[in-house]
Write a protein that binds this ligand. Structure first.
Ligand SMILES: CCCCCCCCCCCCC/C=C/[C@@H](O)[C@H](COP(=O)(O)O)NC(=O)CCCCC
Ligand SMILES: Nc1ncnc2c1ncn2[C@@H]1O[C@H](COP(=O)(O)OP(=O)(O)O)[C@@H](O)[C@H]1O
Ligand SMILES: [Ca+2]
Length: 594
């Protein structure tokens, strides 16, 4: 139904400069006028990026201050500033205080702007459930939320229920079990591990409600309506970086406030007919599994633990024997080496929306037709590769992060229903170092003779178990893994206090902690001896979005656009400042292009 569009125009003052303010349809603009009434500069803000309109002269930071001058109103909106190195723009809160010739006119402006907001932004969140992990990253999540994010939510009229977590998996269990009526989204303030908790909660709950078994690898999972927001306060913050373009709490909070919506592919990981976990960024064996396992022993280092562990594991020079099978997507149609980049309003992803959900006649491009429905049972299409690998991994998106600004697969798409499978065969230490180093530069990390990359819809992996390590109990022991941290759906859902990555460490206090450190020292030596020995048959573990999975065999399947984030993908330079209608307003699954 067409909504009547609001229009209003008048003269106003911004400081001592006279302006012509104009609200027309979905834009509000003000143009500075010179003494002869000629136009000078114009500032134009899309209504969908207006955060709030308030009477008087209002400031919210560092503290809320209101001077209720009867002819003034204050407009808060999204302001962008450029960043370098292919990142997205930083968003901040713009504020302009307008003075009107009369109180009457001021009231009219406030009313009309608020009507425009209601008309053009019907899908903004009003009530949010926020989970803060006080121990993630540099342990600043609570401070970040209260000083930076909460004032923005309050300004935008969003009410929030805040839960500061006391144990791992609390957020996931809360989403799975508690009443969520009235909430328009769930937010995590933390890292990729916290995001993963929300992801599991939201997907699990949606499948429960739809009566779908998550353990069935061939089940078509039900897409989730509840949006997830991420305020980055962790160590890698890859999901935030790859979907927003920067790791900045204010930018993320503003995407949430204006109700942006970004669909995201999710990979389900199964082990022997049981769902092991979901992943969006990394399901990796070998190097990335070893780095994660090693890093858990150095959590006290904060985010630096990954760099330290990365160096240790690199020096150990390990490789693993295994078989990888994958269901490829036609490389003539879409390729991880096409040098494209999935940006805000991505055409490939929007065509996939049609293919995945509507399958309409209009969806007739070659890409959409070729990627039509498939069956993971169609054995004939599977490709098999056997060998010794430094690492193998699957990612549903670019997985860019500050450590690797282009990411694990720079041309991967957030929402195209496929993942990129990277196979790094055994090579000499210098070759592998070159490969790792290219993640941090603009050089093509796939242009190396021992690296293969394939765009896939599903993959299966089977790695040879270690000589004496053919049972998972041994693996768990040698990697010092607790039951809940294994992502065992049954154990983990009980929500026991010891489960999860920080669980066992944060619970240690006083004497117990000292004992823990000694114990940790011993296990570390044992672990490194095992890791660096020449016993090439020993097994690694899986790094599944930062969670350890100690299995030799897993199967993975990509579920296109299974969840939605309060984000819009990475805006390129040309797109910054250029308006793209918030796609959440489309109500269904649709994109609008800038
Ligand atoms: C020796 C230096 C090697 C440099 C290579 C750089 C490669 C960076 C790859 C980044 C991987 C991104 C995938 C994201 C994984 C996260 O889910 C996971 C958990 O994050 P968090 O919850 O915030 O702790 N992070 C990792 O597994 C870190 C891998 C780092 C490998 C060096
Ligand atoms: N209160 C808590 N105590 C211990 N662990 C927690 C708590 N809250 C969350 N966790 C767990 O901590 C892990 C790491 O958290 P995350 O916020 O991702 O930080 P980081 O990015 O530093 O790893 C997550 O897997 C999460 O399940
Ligand atoms: Ca994808």
């Amino acid at each position: 139904m067409e909504t009547e569009s609001v229009r209003m125009e008048s003269s106003v003052w911004l400081g001592n400069k006279r302006q012509r303010a104009l609200l027309s349809g979905w834009r509000f603009s003000w143009t500075e006028l010179d003494k002869k009434n000629r136009d000078k500069t114009t500032v134009s803000v899309p209504v969908s990026e207006v955060v709030a309109v308030q009477e008087g002269q209002v400031e919210i930071l560092p503290q809320k201050k209101v001077k209720d001058t009867e002819r003034d109103f204050t407009l808060f909106y999204v302001k962008r500033s450029k960043t370098s190195g292919g990142k997205g723009p930083l968003w901040s809160l713009g504020r302009s205080q307008f003075s009107c010739p009369s109180r009457d006119l001021r009231d009219q402006w406030v009313t009309q702007l608020r009507i425009a907001l209601k008309t053009h932004c019907p899908s903004r969140p009003h009530r949010l459930l926020v989970f803060i992990n006080p121990y993630g990253g540099k342990k600043k999540a609570q401070q970040i939320y209260h000083s930076t994010v909460a004032p923005l939510f309050e300004l935008a009229g969003i009410s929030s229920h805040v839960v500061v977590t006391e144990r791992a998996n609390q957020a996931r269990d809360h989403i799975l079990k508690k009443d969520l009526i009235g909430f328009d989204g769930v937010i995590c303030v933390g890292g990729d591990g916290m995001f993963s908790e929300l992801l599991h909660g939201v997907i699990g709950r949606t499948q429960q409600e739809a009566g779908i078994s998550e353990h069935d690898p061939s089940a078509m999972l039900q897409p989730c309506d509840l949006h997830i927001g991420i305020i980055p306060a962790g160590s890698t913050d890859c999901v935030c970086f790859a979907t927003v373009g920067v790791n900045d709490p204010v930018t993320s909070a503003l995407h949430i406030v204006i109700g942006d919506s970004q669909p995201l592919d999710v990979c389900s990981v199964h082990h022997r007919s049981t769902l092991a976990r979901y992943s969006v960024s990394l399901v990796g064996y070998g190097f990335y599994g070893d780095v994660l396992a090693e890093s858990e022993r150095h959590r006290w280092m904060g985010p630096l633990r990954y760099d330290y562990s990365g160096c240790l594991v690199y020096l150990c020079n390990r490789s693993y024997q295994g078989i990888v099978q994958y269901l490829p997507v036609d490389s003539q149609i879409t390729s991880p080496r096409d040098n494209s980049r999935c940006l805000s309003g991505c055409k490939v992803c929007s065509e996939s929306t049609e293919r995945l959900f509507h399958r309409s006649e209009s969806c007739s491009s070659l890409y959409s037709r070729q990627l039509g429905q498939y069956s993971i049972e169609s054995e004939g299409e599977w490709v098999s590769v056997e060998g010794r690998f430094r690492c193998v991994y699957l990612t549903c998106m670019s997985s860019s992060c500050p450590r690797s600004p282009k990411g694990l697969s720079p041309s991967a798409h957030l929402a195209d229903g496929t993942g990129d499978l990277i196979l790094v065969r055994n090579t000499n230490p210098l070759g592998f170092l070159t490969y790792l180093h290219r993640h941090t530069t603009t050089q093509d990390q796939f242009d190396l003779p021992f690296v293969e990359v394939h765009r896939v819809r599903a993959a299966r992996f089977c790695f040879s178990p270690g000589e004496e390590e053919d049972d998972e109990d041994h693996l768990k022991e040698s990697h010092n893994i607790t039951a809940g941290a294994l992502g065992d759906p049954e154990t983990a859902r009980e929500g026991d206090e010891e489960s999860g990555r920080l669980g066992s460490q944060q619970c240690l206090a006083g004497k117990q902690r000292d004992q823990g450190i000694k114990e940790d020292g011993r296990k570390k030596r044992d672990y490194l001896c095992g890791l660096c020995s020449n016993k090439q048959s020993a097994a690694s573990v899986w790094n599944c979005d930062g969670e350890i999975l100690p299995y030799n065999e897993i199967s993975c399947r990509v579920h296109g656009q299974l969840v939605r984030l309060f984000a819009r993908g990475i805006e390129d330079d040309a797109g910054s400042g250029k308006y793209r209608e918030g796609n959440r307003n489309c109500k269904g699954r649709c994109f609008l292009h800038s």
